[in-house]
Write a protein that binds this ligand. Structure first.
Ligand SMILES: Cc1ncc(COP(=O)(O)O)c(C=O)c1O
Ligand SMILES: [Zn+2]
Length: 419
């Protein structure tokens, strides 16, 4: 396990304490505990990324109030989030949970995260992360990204009046996402190499910035971002209770953990008495965790050359792998891979339900189909697919790999197509 250089930042004072009241940072490997700060992400002893543990005995959650305020989105769950003094929001969250009616015969729901303000689930975490940044007086947001984090960080930074710098793999992100980052006014830096290279460049740069608290990192190593993402679980619970399975695309591996954490909290709050099994899906050419799982290993088989049509999860060295691993092991779930062909097929199937997703999100339906065929999942299982990003993010893929297009000039030709 690579050692991380851990900085805790220098901020002190009541303001910070009050944002993170009721939280403790706990190392999942060695058990050490730390005072929460906006900047402390990993254990100084063993280097593992820290969990943000909320003291739920000090939380009273009013479900009726939340139900009435669902349209507020993520911040309807503010009782279980950091207590920021400034909320930077675009009304993220409160996404629909749609039952598939045409393309499968099971009890399958799609959590349509593509309907978030910037078109992906990242907005749930970004609203929390940028609100913290704003509340502590940070001026700059920095992220490495396969695209969606860049789009989201750019939007929320602008919304909050902060500057934003996004670092992306040159030629490695979908056009729509790049366009968003530009439109929302971020400085876009393209680096040679893949996402893992972009992230290590950002982390190395931050070490040089040192304890100057004006620059705030909002990659998913930032556990406060994951706090926002856990609200997905709370929303699913309010809509249908606890599903049997939740299937999540896995890239840097933060989201599957965040959703699992949400369900764990609901259980600790006494609101549910069973947990869904978490299923993590990776694309065949970018599956360091899933291959390790299949081989019965206890650490990922990192790769420096991840390849898949699903650019959002084209990641060879997922920093949150240990978090994802715990979520899957403890919930009795699994990891699996799907091929690029299966991903594109599933993307088309979701299109036939009127649901536009980008390739990374289509991995979830591809996995469902595969697991039904192999008998792991049954018709009666209630399954939620986390459709993480909108299809319009990546129009090139749709037009090159999905398209059935025709050219006609006469009505007779059109008539044939109507036959
Ligand atoms: C559309 C989409 N799906 C899935 C993921 C993977 O999420 P995580 O990195 O939390 O595993 C990402 C991350 O960029 C994404 O943009
Ligand atoms: Zn530790």
């Amino acid at each position: 396990m690579p050692r991380r250089s851990c900085t805790s930042g220098d901020l002190s004072g009541n303001k910070i304490a009050s944002i993170f009241r009721r939280y403790t940072l706990v190392c999942p490997r060695c058990g050490r505990e730390y005072e929460p700060t906006p900047f402390r992400f990993c254990c100084e002893h063993c280097g593992e990324l820290l969990d943000a543990v909320l003291d739920l005995s000090r939380v009273s959650i009013d479900l009726e109030h939340i139900r009435r305020n669902r349209n507020v989105g993520v911040w309807a769950f503010r009782d279980v989030l950091p207590q920021v003094s400034h909320v930077v929001s675009l009304r993220e969250g409160n996404t629909p949970l749609l039952k598939l009616e045409n393309v499968v015969d099971g009890k399958v729901y799609v959590k349509y995260e593509g309907l978030n303000p910037t078109g992906s689930f990242k907005d749930r975490g970004m609203t929390v992360g940028v609100s913290i940044a704003k509340s502590i007086g940070a001026r700059y947001i920095i992220v490495a990204s396969t695209g969606n984090t860049a789009a989201s960080a750019a939007a929320y930074s602008s919304r909050g009046g902060l500057s934003c710098l996004v670092v992306v793999p040159h030629g490695g992100i979908a056009k729509g996402k790049l366009a968003q980052a530009v439109l929302y006014g971020a400085k876009v830096v393209e680096v040679e190499g893949n996402f893992d290279r972009a992230l290590s460049l950002v982390l190395d740069t931050l070490r040089k910035v040192g304890k100057d608290n004006l620059v705030y990192l909002l990659n998913s190593v930032n556990v406060w971002r994951l706090e926002g993402q856990k609200t997905t679980a709370y929303e699913i619970f309010l809509d249908i209770g606890v599903p049997d399975y939740v299937i999540v695309p896995v890239g840097n591996a933060g989201n599957i953990y965040a959703i699992w954490k949400g369900f764990m909290e609901l259980r600790e709050l006494g609101l549910i008495d069973k947990m869904p099994r978490m299923i993590g899906v990776q694309a065949e050419g970018a599956a360091p965790i899933a291959y390790a799982w299949q081989k019965g290993l206890s650490e990922p088989l990192f790769t420096d050359n991840p390849r898949t049509v699903a650019s959002a999860i084209r990641i060879g060295r997922p920093v949150n792998w240990y978090r994802a691993w715990r979520a899957v092991v403890r919930s009795g779930g699994m990891f699996l891979t799907v091929s690029d062909e299966e991903i594109i097929e599933a993307q088309k199937l979701l299109g036939k339900e009127g649901i536009a997703v980008e390739p990374a999100s289509a991995t979830t339906l591809a996995a469902y189909v595969k697991l039904r065929e192999s008998g792991v999942l049954e018709r009666d299982d209630v399954v939620v697919l986390i459709a993480t990003g909108h299809g319009l993010k990546d129009p090139d893929i749709i037009l090159t790999l999905n398209a059935e297009r025709y050219r006609v000039s006469e009505p007779e030709d059109l008539l044939k197509l109507l036959a």
